[in-house]
Design a protein around this ligand. Structure first.
Ligand SMILES: O=P(O)(O)OC[C@H]1O[C@H](OP(=O)(O)OP(=O)(O)O)[C@H](O)[C@@H]1O
Ligand SMILES: O=c1cc[nH]c(=O)[nH]1
Ligand SMILES: [Mg+2]
Length: 210
């Protein structure tokens, strides 16, 4: 993956994203749509995963067939909202190792506050896909990736649903080596650091906390 930002323009992704943005979409539908989109985004972000091969027997003959080494992959979810993307991707790659970084944005300063961190061992040898639906100021994703690099991660990608130009620029400055895959690049941030037009607070909409 060479481009710093990839926007997944597939019609199914765009259609489902529109349904998620609508303010009257229920919590149940929002969660289901996020899981469905995560399957489609996973297809894009795993495009260049390394394959090994193994000998198998088809009903006709033996062949050396390509196979993924799921154990070489670490998915890292930025809590809480990251879990909505994580669940879908794990259905596709059930052998992936999983880490969690607990961060919430202070509503006044927009700085991330860390409350949890647990990542898989041998992180330096893995492809690490960090997932969080929202890339707004970029403060949370930059902090999460700082932490992963401190722990030795070298090959990192970031998967989100919506990105703001401000967040993409911040990521490019702090982590130019980390490609971003998103379903949309929105217009801007508002005065409270929310993505506009956006979809509101992803965590609250997923879990019905507001
Ligand atoms: O790019 P940023 O400006 O840092 O904003 C993005 C962060 O904000 C949201 O999390 P939030 O703080 O609402 O926590 P939550 O997932 O627990 O709701 C979102 O899920 C990101 O982690
Ligand atoms: O628009 C935004 C910005 C940050 N976090 C969200 O959940 N939504
Ligand atoms: Mg939130």
């Amino acid at each position: 993956m060479t481009d710093h930002l990839t926007v997944v323009t597939h019609p199914l992704v765009q259609h489902k994203l529109t349904l998620m943005r609508e303010k009257d979409t229920s919590t149940a539908s929002f969660r289901r749509l996020l899981r469905e989109i995560s399957l489609l985004l996973a297809y894009e972000i795993t495009r260049e995963m390394e394959l090994t091969s193994k000998w198998i027997e088809t009903p006709l003959q033996e062949m050396k067939a390509p196979i993924l080494e799921g154990k070489k992959l670490a998915l890292v979810s930025i809590l809480r909202a990251g879990n909505g993307l994580l669940d879908g991707i794990l259905e596709l790659i059930p052998a992936a190792r999983v880490g969690f970084i607990g961060l919430y944005r202070d509503p006044e300063t927009l700085k991330p506050v860390q409350y949890y961190c647990k990542v898989p061992a041998e992180i330096e040898d893995r492809l690490v896909i960090v997932v969080d639906p929202m890339l707004a100021t970029g403060n949370s994703s930059v902090a999460a990736i700082d932490l992963l690099k401190e722990k030795g991660a070298k090959n990192i990608r970031f998967l989100c649903l919506l990105a703001a130009p401000e967040g993409v620029a911040r990521m490019k400055e702090a982590h130019p080596d980390v490609p971003i895959v998103t379903a949309a690049l929105d217009e801007r941030l508002n005065d409270h650091g929310y993505i506009v037009p956006g979809l509101g607070d992803a965590g609250d909409r997923m879990f019905g906390t507001k």
